[in-house]
Design a protein around this ligand. Structure first.
Ligand code: FAD
Length: 324
């Protein structure tokens, strides 16, 4: 059976959910071989094995933390060479985070392969894996296949379920050497973001977003309270971010983050094309807007015409009541 390389996104050994989703997709096209780099790489093996990794290639070196992405590209390339030398390699799958997409793009250039970014689904095809993408602000879906080299495919979070599929998860050390180019850009400082206790926006199963209709930073607690009742992340439209009501790191859309949760709740957001571009692949979309003609209602599964300051707190109370 062909092997599929899966690049592992983890923080000190804690594997992030999008990587487990990648393992589900990888199993559709072959046997997953995970590549975990940096601090805690070996500690990822147990959870990767539980989700289908037959092998976990690990490497740790100060270069991974001290420099930007190039050392990680070197390591992924070393894994690609090791696995493709041993037989058939069906694809390299990488999560669609900003850093991992850069790693994927650089790898594809180095190995002369085609790349597909931001896939939302993946299936086996007769001539290689077929990836689904949502394009033109998700007005269309396209299915594509890489026709040159080993497909390198990045996949958006929430594109597949996390499935238990116990496998060997044998840990093997990956030998990586770094050249002069690997250390061209040094990290000079790292400042952890203050934790809100909420899930990461791009990984959250539920996102509750507020727009200009929230009418001030002091009112965003209405959005946050609904988010907290649902265990959701908080998003914001660019209008709300530009007004300084919410941080840019929470902006959803063309110039913000792209999210694809199970449930997206937009409150006081009109549904401009640039906002849609970041959320239209959400599985279920709910909007609260006092204007029945707002374009957001063209794409919702459920719409409430009403004042968000009346509707959203009621929703929050209802969710809390049902949770007991
Ligand atoms: P508005 O369009 O002003 O809509 C506010 C809505 O709130 C209205 O529909 C109104 O009826 C409703 N409302 C008001 N009060 C209430 C209330 N009390 N209860 C219920 N509803 C109420 N936008 C993004 O979001 N993300 C991006 O990444 C992004 N990138 C952009 C990139 C470019 C190059 C450009 C040109 C624009 C971009 N925009 C982006 C901006 C985008 O075009 C819109 O201006 C923006 O999305 C509007 O935000 P909004 O829906 O919150 O505000």
């Amino acid at each position: 059976m062909a092997e599929v390389l899966v690049y592992v996104d983890h923080v000190d050994g804690a594997v992030r959910k999008p990587t487990l989703e990648l393992l589900t997709l990888a199993r559709r096209i072959g046997e997953p071989v995970a590549v975990a780099l940096g601090n805690g790489a070996e500690a990822t093996a147990a959870v990767l094995a539980e989700h289908g990794a037959v092998k976990v290639l690990t490497a740790n070196a100060p270069e991974f933390a001290d420099y930007l992405v190039v050392p990680k590209v070197d390591a992924l390339q070393a894994a690609y060479e090791a696995v493709s030398a041993g037989g058939s390699l069906a694809a390299v799958l990488v999560p669609s985070s900003a850093e991992a997409k850069e790693i994927a793009a650089r790898l594809a250039v180095r190995i002369g392969s085609g790349i597909i970014t931001d896939a939302v689904d993946l299936e086996a095809g007769e001539e290689g894996p077929v990836a689904t993408q949502a394009v033109f602000a998700a007005s269309y879906t396209t299915k594509s296949r890489v026709s040159k080299g080993t497909p390198v495919i990045t996949v958006k979070p929430n594109s597949a379920p996390v499935e238990a599929a116990p496998a060997a998860g044998t840990v093997e050390a990956l030998s990586v050497s770094f050249g002069e180019k690997s250390t061209g850009t040094k990290v000079v400082s790292r400042t952890p973001r203050e934790s809100t206790g909420r899930p990461e926006l791009t990984e959250a199963a539920i996102v509750v977003s507020g727009g200009r209709g929230v009418n001030g930073a002091e009112n965003f607690h209405v959005i946050e309270e609904l988010a907290d009742s649902l265990g959701a992340a908080v998003g914001a439209s660019r209008a709300a971010v530009d007004a300084g009501w919410y941080p840019h790191s929470n902006q959803v859309g063309q110039t913000g983050k792209s999210v694809s949760p199970q449930l997206y709740i937009a409150s006081g957001i009109s549904g401009a094309i640039q906002h849609r571009a970041g959320m239209q692949t959400s599985k279920t979309i709910v909007a609260v807007n006092k204007d029945a003609e707002a374009p957001i209602f063209d794409l919702v599964d459920y719409g409430v015409v009403g004042d968000l300051f009346t509707v959203v707190p009621q929703l929050t109370e209802e969710v809390k009541a049902r949770k007991g």
